[in-house]
Design a protein around this ligand. Structure first.
Ligand code: SF4
Length: 282
């Protein structure tokens, strides 16, 4: 019989769990700020190449790509948008587009009929209300149909260089795991986390957290044993702590990582099992 096998597997996990650093409850605010900033510093070293994973050349393209990225991967959007922007390079072109032509291009993104309505409606609003330009202010961006604060901050932070926190699903999950906040409302999370960091860090912080959520700290099985911030994480042990098993949980898509399509999986960890910059990263 094979009764001894499961016990063997459980032992290292248990031992590792005990070694996790758990902040004192309640953690003093200053200690939490320091821990949060240290996490961000380590993630910045881990992902020095972190950037928005949607391809774009101007604010209009980023706005449309962000809207299209709902319910699909950035990789899929990046495979779709070149054809879209080749045919409809400006808000005026997309506003006047035949919906069937747009649907055909957007089909691989899923929900292509709703997304077609959305990008055409958005382009009409840009054309009619903003002279065909994407506005560079939060209050104007959120007036556009289908544009919430999350999308607005992606555009402000990455196309206009204005600091913004992108509270997507990864960001929400990770900051709660790190006990930066218990809030579940994205606007409240944005306010609480924003207060922990200088404004100038907000955009890069968002990239670091989202990249970490996509590659290591997954929703179902976080790869704790391959995580560079494990000593600072109150949720260490929620996922696999065995380094070898954890390595296997690191995520990449067919042909590479999301947005890092040229990186072979073996380039992801260095000899010590630590996440390493991808080949060719600056
Ligand atoms: S992978 Fe594990 S240790 Fe790392 S941040 Fe996520 S829960 Fe914490």
């Amino acid at each position: 019989m094979a009764e001894s096998k499961p016990r063997k597997a459980a032992a290292p996990k248990q031992a590792a769990k005990q070694s996790a650093v758990k902040p004192k409850q309640p953690e003093p605010h200053l200690a939490m700020v320091r821990r949060a900033r240290k996490i961000n510093r380590i993630l910045a070293e881990t992902y020095p190449y972190a950037h928005p994973e949607l391809d774009f050349e101007n604010p209009f393209q980023l706005l449309i790509a962000t809207v299209l990225s709902a319910q699909t991967t950035d990789l899929r959007v990046n495979q779709t948008t070149p054809a879209l922007f080749a045919k409809y390079p400006t808000p005026e072109d997309l506003a006047a587009a035949n919906p069937e032509g747009v649907e055909e291009i957007l089909r691989p993104c899923g929900f292509f009929r709703a997304k077609t309505r959305s990008v055409i409606g958005l382009s009409k609003a840009l054309t009619e209300d903003f002279g065909g330009e994407v506005p560079g202010k939060l209050e104007d961006l959120v007036k556009l149909p289908g544009v919430g604060r999350k999308t607005a901050f992606v555009v402000l932070g990455n196309a206009f260089g204005r600091p913004g926190i992108t509270v997507d699903t990864h960001f929400q999950r990770l900051v709660r795991r790190w006990k930066w906040t218990d809030e579940t409302d994205p606007d409240k999370i944005e306010a609480v986390v924003g207060a922990l960091f200088p404004k100038s860090d907000w955009t890069d912080l968002s990239h670091h957290v989202i990249w970490h959520g996509r590659r290591i700290c997954h929703a179902r099985k976080p790869a704790c044993g391959a995580c560079p911030i494990a000593p600072l994480c109150p949720a260490y042990g929620e996922g696999e702590t065995d380094p070898e098993k954890a390595k296997k949980l690191l995520k990449y898509e067919k042909g590479g990582y999301p947005g890092q399509r040229l990186n072979p999986p073996q380039a992801y960890l260095d000899a010590g099992g630590k996440p390493a910059p991808p080949l060719g990263a600056g």
